[in-house]
Write a protein that binds this ligand. Sequence first.
Ligand SMILES: [Zn+2]
Ligand SMILES: [Zn+2]
Ligand SMILES: [Zn+2]
Length: 743
Amino acid sequence: MKIIIRGVVQGVGFRPTVSRIARDLGIHGYVRNKGSYVEIFIEEDNKVEMFISLLEKSLPPIAKITSIELLNEPPDEEYDGFEIKESKDAERTSIVPPDTAICEECLRELFDPNNRRYLYPFTNCTKCGARFSIIEDLPYDRERTSMKLFPMCKECLREYLDPNDRRYDAQTISCKLCGPKMYLLTKDGKKLFIENPIKEFAKAIDEGAIGVIKGWGGYHVICKISEIPRLRKLYKRPSKPFAVMFRDINSIEKYAYISETERELLLSPIRPIVLLRKRVFNEETENIAPGLPYIGAYLPYSAIQHILFYYMRSNAIVMTSGNLPGKPMAITDEEALRLPADIYLSHERPIVNRIDDSVVKVYKDKTFIIRRSRGYVPLPFPVDHNYKILSVGAEMNITFTISKDGYMFTSQHIGDGTDYEVLEFLMSAIEKFRRMLKIKDFDLVVADKHPRYSTREYAERYFENVLLVQHHHAHAATLLYEHNVGSGIFFSFDGTGFGDDGTIWGGELLYAERTTYVRIASLKPIRLIGGEKAILEPKLSYMSILRAIDSTLADNIPEYMIEVSPTTSSMGRLLDALSYALGICERATYDGEPAMRLESLLLIGEGKPLEVEIENSGKMKVVNPYDYFSEIKNLKTKKEKADFAYKLIYGIMNAFMEIASEYSEKFSIDYVGFTGGVSYNVPMTEMFESLAREYGLNPLLHNLTPNGDAGISIGQNYIASGLILSGEVNVSSSSRKDNKDRG
Ligand SMILES: [Zn+2]
Ligand SMILES: [Zn+2]
Ligand SMILES: [Zn+2]
């Protein structure tokens, strides 16, 4: 019997696993790489089922099977046992494995004084290590990674060639003899190759230094928790939360609660930053994440970080992306030296693909992905077509997605499109994906409808006939894709998205299918005083709401300002206004701060939903909770405020669910989804889920795709392919513009 297996099955320790299981079962045959798939031959047909079930249970951590095909073929020769066949000519897969935390076996070697990789900072094997961050092109072999600068020594080569070695076919292995070296970097750019640079660096951090350290996909800024006030001044980040890397799970538990799902994520090969509920509220936890109920915690994933903790006394250190505000993370020594610090630790291996740490938040057994980057990217999402479509996301938390041959490849976190360097990164990252995926021209290019988004500007500058997709439809489509359902009603809640009527949407109830949607209801639109300024000044959102109730409540605002104020139905701005009015947040010092701070209040609030008005507005309905805002000034204690906020938000969610329920009955729709940046809010998700069940609807939540704008490019891509499949959009329409137009 011949077995064809597709997925992430090459260069990830898949064949040695196959070989071990086959030998355990006394199977005769072989395993071989065949370009886009792995071929296995088994003489004993009666053992095939057992073999597959064992294989699925013992897959190496990064490996992923997307399909298994059985072919009834006779053997072309007799097999004495089970062998791994060489495949010299086979073209390799187009699926690149992500960067993966150091595995148990490598970790044991790392701290074994008798091992030749004892305390060697680039220890890895087929199952683990930096991959995406150092790959230049496909096929994936050493020559096309930044390890090409470090030819293997004799002993590494022996491991690489031995089918029975766990480093067999591991493209990027190295050792103290042949691998890159670490060094301290002086402020004027000199490299100091001293005896033990990591030990030196660790000592400085313990003594209170702020350090910059080069990792796999970028540089990090690190310091002890007690040094945070100085770090905040130095980086002009008065209250943005910092991620903290802990020595181990026990060290995290002193600061935060960890659920079973959270523990699994923290220890998984992805090793994301997980937002955990604070266990204690003291000066330390307040310094880490001011005013927020969560701490972003993660565990060491690279050998460098493990060695750092080995030499350091501290059990917890700030480990945050090394970038200046709004800029992409540093990936060269030159960029790193622009970051203020007392000491710099670097190494010789170039970073090819910048990739930030991933950030997630857990809701029950669901993973809400805030930033899908290291550990996830570039693992693709399977999809039902072969078209080559590029979608470029929105404006904040940009990612792009490229589809090809039945997969959607979503990029790493790019950043906010308001910064020029971020846009340069976007363009170079798209070029790198194109090269890796061997795509010359796209069949279609997709962008957000917002006329002023730099991503749309980029798309229209370089490509003909760009397809424009409405923002909240894209959010809904991301969830439709993830759950593979044809239609549903969606709470598409966020801060800003350009609406079809030219106003700013953000509190939207949509009926959505893959290629079309209907706006059923929204928050009642108001004039937003100051427009985009209100994102940083929540007071403006509050004034706007007061003025909407009664123009005399905010009569000190000049009429000309109202004239130029955009109309919005944004849920994000409503949360900002509530946060401001309750005295939780005066000013936003980073995107989303007022709403994030409000969550800590909602978590302790309780009560029944307030009765919120639903009005008719043309063909749709609008939810009008604004009258309640005039009551806020009478609230005194924190508990009163928390309960009020809870009941008001619950009331708003209830009003939307009531409309959704009516609509679903009329058109027999089963599903109701919660998406957009607001859906990261845990208390609101709880309200959503329980209301959905009360009204007899099936709730859809995110788990694999990002809830917020980092997921927009997936929805855009899915909508575009749907339009091609249904014949509504012609495929040859997005050819590149002539060279003379470029740049
Ligand atoms: Zn390993
Ligand atoms: Zn070596
Ligand atoms: Zn959005």
